[in-house]
Ligand binder design. Structure first.
Ligand SMILES: Nc1ncnc2c1ncn2[C@@H]1O[C@H](COP(=O)(O)OP(=O)(O)O)[C@@H](O)[C@H]1O
Ligand SMILES: [Mg+2]
Length: 600
């Protein structure tokens, strides 16, 4: 049999075995069940001889009474074994994937943001949902099925040799030729079905894209073009499927011809022995039954290699993640965090997402306790990157960020982040109630505090207008929430957290001019006494800032108060002019262009 089992046990596979080892009690029991199944299958073939020879040939009445009982007992044993094995193996398999999933989720949520940028969300999800299943399939179906099949094969071969060793040797030489095509056909089917799966995945993402973007498809009159593209992809899928079925349809008949020829040979030789009186009909049919029963387990064994290769590949993907170290490292002996308000210092900071491509260079900046720092600059200048360094979403490449003089890498990440509230550019809400979304991270807040935060963020009235109020689940609202409403909820969340350091990254970009004025007032309250970093989409947001830095090309190019920066006539002046002179219509968006989403 050309079974290419390439299993090299690397350390990570040993780790997988570690997961399996925890269930060894159940595994052992399952193994016993498998031996029972294998034994009773072989016994089925074995009893053919006494049934035929003693009952049918010799007409032995005692045997006539005995054999039906034996047969029933064999089948009951087999049934019990099958039940135990099936249940126990899936129990073990499911508990392994449960552990793997827990560990994966644990690991992934702890990893740094850089990790999430490198990997697509869909890919990460498929690790947790798909890959662990493939591993389970390998552990509980393939490997254990294989064990049972091996036991069965050993038992049946035992029967074959016991009944007629000469014929057995002949069969051992002839039969592999019949079994070889199973392997070969399987290989081809796999190749085509992989391609057809890929082509289905392609079709899926095409559907997702064109349905989600249907507005654009219609607006640009691209329906015929998309229909054509769909038909092309559909046709490709059709072709692979047809190829798969051509091989599938051929495999059984070919198998039967080959198997039939083999059986014919055995009949000829075995029958010769019976006629010559060297053997009995019972002996011969017992032999034949064992040979026939061999077919199933051998066929399954040929598929084993595939399942193991797939499982090992999935295990590799899963362990790749489990073994990833977070780039944001916890200090061994964290320094105690000082009391607020906090001073934040950037000391000669450089930062790069990709090595060799710095997006921030030589940043020196000291933000005093309670100071309100405005940050302005053209898009892509590095503003978001700069403030991302404060909660250690990323670590600096060079230099240091300090909180009250302590390098933030010497503080416990948890302590550091507990002092910072963030409102991001894209409002992020979870599919939970509005109440829980606002209380996210402040679970011990009272109802009263929650409502106060909602009021201060000017979202209270909106929430009151909903029939279920704070208990409204975000998902139920579907697309009804406007960008401004979402953003005000995020502001309420930041308000409730009541942290001494505040980061507002274009937090008012999704608001219209009127709502912005309201939120601006809320933010004024929020920023009082806190060290605040306010990235401004509209410069009107930071006119009152204590100080404004202008960031361009990863550097601080200007620094000062609004008036002095304006009169300096530099970068800020240009930004300001572009914004206010270009405003022809009052749609609340500068340049007349809506904010461009940076998501790809
Ligand atoms: N996750 C990331 N990986 C690689 N490059 C990034 C990432 N995020 C931002 N950048 C790049 O860093 C630069 C600064 O981006 P950003 O800090 O978002 O600018 P701003 O907030 O001023 O618009 C841009 O050139 C941007 O393309
Ligand atoms: Mg930004």
């Amino acid at each position: 049999m050309s079974l290419k089992l390439k299993i090299e046990l690397r350390p990570r596979h040993k780790r997988l075995l570690g997961y399996i080892r925890e269930s060894r009690g159940r595994l052992l029991l399952a193994m016993v069940c498998m031996i029972v199944v294998a034994g009773s299958t072989s016994a089925t073939a074995f009893v053919v001889k006494p049934v035929l020879d003693d009952i049918f040939m010799k007409k032995n009445e005692q045997m006539l009474l005995l054999m039906p009982f034996v047969v029933v007992i064999i089948y009951v044993l087999r049934a019990a074994g099958m039940y135990g094995q099936e249940f126990l193996m899936h129990y073990v398999g499911e508990s392994i994937i449960r552990q793997l999933r827990d560990n994966l989720y644990d690991r992934i949520t702890e990893l740094s943001l850089a990790f999430f940028h490198d990997k697509k969300t869909g890919v990460l999800m498929s690790r947790i949902t798909n890959d662990v299943n493939i591993i389970k399939n390998m552990v509980s179906t393939a490997v254990t099925g294989a064990l049972r099949d091996c036991f069965t094969i050993i038992g049946l071969i035992g029967v074959i040799f016991y009944r007629d060793w000469k014929l057995a040797i002949i069969a051992m030489i002839v039969l592999p030729f019949a079994f070889f095509p199973i392997y070969e056909f399987g290989r081809r089917i796999r190749r085509f079905s992989t391609r057809s799966q890929e082509s289905m995945a392609d079709l899926n993402s095409f559907l997702h894209e064109t349905f989600a973007g249907n507005k654009i498809v219609k607006a640009f009159g691209m329906e015929p073009w998309e229909k054509n593209r769909f038909m092309e992809k559909n046709k490709r899928y059709f072709r692979y499927e047809v190829k798969t079925y051509r091989v599938k349809a051929l495999s059984s008949p070919v198998m039967e011809i080959l198997g039939g020829t083999g059986v014919a040979l055995i009949i000829w030789y075995g029958g010769y022995g019976v006629i010559n009186g060297q053997s009995t009909p019972g002996n011969f049919f017992s032999f034949m039954t064992a040979v026939m029963l061999l077919y199933g387990p051998v066929k399954k064994l040929t598929r084993l290699n595939n399942a193991i290769q797939r499982g090992m590949a999935a295990a590799d993907r899963v362990f790749d993640i489990l073994e990833t170290e977070s780039e944001v490292v916890e200090p061994e002996n964290p320094a105690p965090i000082p009391d607020p308000p906090h001073r934040i210092t950037f000391e000669n900071v450089s930062f790069a997402y990709q090595p060799g491509e710095p997006v921030l260079r030589g940043i020196n900046l000291e933000v005093y306790p309670g100071e309100r720092l405005g940050i302005a600059g053209t898009s892509g200048g590095g503003k978001t990157s700069l403030v991302s360094l404060i909660p250690r979403f990323y670590d600096v490449t060079e230099g240091a960020v300090r909180l009250d003089g302590i390098d933030i890498r010497d503080l416990a990440v948890k302590d550091l982040r507990s002092r910072i509230a963030v409102v991001t550019q894209e409002p992020i809400l979870f599919n939970d109630t509005i109440g829980s979304n606002i209380a996210y991270g402040s679970t011990d807040a009272t109802q009263e505090q929650l409502l106060d935060a909602a009021r201060a963020a000017y979202i209270y009235e909106f929430i009151q207008s909903l029939p279920k109020g704070l208990d409204t689940v975000i998902g139920e609202l579907g697309n009804r929430l406007s960008g401004g409403e979402k953003q005000r909820m995020c502001i309420a969340r930041a308000l409730l957290k009541d942290a001494p350091i505040l980061i507002l990254d274009e937090a008012t970009s999704a608001l219209d001019a009127q709502a912005e004025q309201l939120v601006q007032k809320a933010l004024e309250n929020l920023m009082k006494g806190r060290t605040s970093f306010v990235i401004a989409h509209r410069l009107s947001t930071i006119i009152d800032a204590d100080r404004i830095v202008v960031i361009s090309g990863g550097k601080i190019v200007e620094e000062g108060r609004h008036e002095s920066l304006l009169s300096a006539g530099g970068e800020y002046y240009k930004l300001y002019n572009r914004q206010f002179s270009g405003r022809s219509s009052e749609n609340g968006r500068e340049n007349g262009f809506p904010e461009q989403s940076k998501k790809q």
